[in-house]
Design a protein around this ligand. Structure first.
Ligand SMILES: Cc1cc2nc3c(=O)[nH]c(=O)nc-3n(C[C@H](O)[C@H](O)[C@H](O)COP(=O)(O)OP(=O)(O)OC[C@H]3O[C@@H](n4cnc5c(N)ncnc54)[C@H](O)[C@@H]3O)c2cc1C
Length: 208
C-alpha cells in the first residue's frame, strides 16, 4: 500500500503498519492503493480502517472550513459511509505513540490469499508475560463498518476468560450475510479469530 508515513518514533514504539499490508489484496493492487483512499472508501472488509480504530487514531480532514480531527472510532458510520463532509479530504492520520508493552496482531480468514476477508480481527493489548490488559478488539468483514467489540473487550479485561469473551461477541456483532458467508458462519469465524488472536498475543512477547 502506498503511504507516506512520517514517523519520529523508534522501531519499538512505531505503530504496526508492517502487519496489515501483506494481507491486503495482491501486490499490483496494494502498490497502487493509498492509505487515505482505503480509509475514505470505508469498505467494511478492509484491513486499514479496523487498524486505525484499534490504534485509537485521529483522522485529520481538511475542507473549506479548515481542518478538524475525527477519532477513528467515530469516523466509519456505515456501509461505505464516513464522517467526511462534502469536499473534505483526509490529509493525515495521527496515531498515538504506543508503549513498549503494547502489541497488536491482525488476523483474518479469507478463501484465498489476497481475497477480501470473510472475517478479520485487529487485536491490541498491553502484554505483560502471559497477561493481556487494556484490550482493543476491532472486527472487520462482519458488519457495515469496523466493529469495536466492547463486550468481548470488557470480558477479557475483567479476566472472565476467552469463553465469556466469545459469548459476549454475540451481543457485539450482528453480521449480515454476504457473498462470502452467512450470519452464523461469520459469528463462528469471529469467535475462532478471537481465540487465535488472544492465544497468539498471550504466548508471544515478540508480537508487535
Ligand atoms: C481486486 C481488488 C481487491 C482488493 N482487495 C482488498 C483487500 O483485500 N483489502 C483491502 O483493504 N482493500 C482491498 N482493495 C481495495 C484497495 O486496496 C484500495 O484501498 C481501494 O481500492 C482504494 O484505492 P485508492 O487508494 O486508489 O483510492 P481511490 O479508489 O482513488 O479512492 C476511493 C474513494 O476514496 C476517495 N478518496 C481517496 N483518497 C481520499 C482522501 N485522501 N480523502 C478523501 N477521500 C479520498 C475517492 O474520491 C474515492 O471516492 C481491493 C481492491 C481491488 C480492486
Amino acid at each position: 500500500m502506498r503511504n507516506s508515513v512520517a514517523t519520529n518514533v523508534s522501531r519499538d514504539t512505531r505503530p504496526p503498519w508492517h502487519r496489515p499490508p501483506p494481507l491486503i489484496a495482491h501486490p499490483a493492487i496494494r502498490t497502487r492503493g493509498t492509505i487515505g483512499g482505503s480509509i475514505a472508501y470505508a469498505d467494511p472488509a478492509a484491513e486499514l480502517p479496523a487498524c486505525i480504530v484499534a490504534l485509537d487514531a485521529d483522522i485529520v480532514a481538511r475542507g473549506g472550513n479548515g481542518e478538524r480531527r475525527i477519532p477513528a472510532a467515530e469516523f466509519f458510520l456505515g456501509l461505505y459511509e464516513t464522517a467526511l463532509a462534502e469536499f473534505e479530504m483526509i490529509v493525515a492520520i495521527e496515531i498515538p505513540k504506543i508503549g513498549l508493552t503494547r502489541k497488536q496482531i491482525v488476523a483474518e480468514l479469507a478463501r484465498r490469499s489476497g481475497d477480501y476477508a470473510i472475517a478479520g480481527l485487529v487485536l491490541a493489548a498491553d502484554v505483560d508475560g502471559n497477561m493481556l490488559e487494556n484490550m482493543r478488539a476491532v472486527f472487520f468483514g462482519v458488519g457495515d463498518a469496523p466493529v469495536l467489540a466492547r463486550g468481548a473487550m470488557d470480558a477479557l479485561d475483567a479476566g472472565a476468560g476467552i469463553d465469556a469473551a466469545c459469548a459476549a461477541l454475540d451481543q457485539d456483532l450482528d453480521p449480515a450475510a454476504d457473498l462470502q458467508g452467512g450470519h452464523a458462519m461469520k459469528r463462528h469465524l469471529a469467535r475462532v479469530l478471537l481465540r487465535r488472536a488472544v492465544n497468539s498475543l498471550g504466548s508471544s512477547r515478540a508480537a508487535a
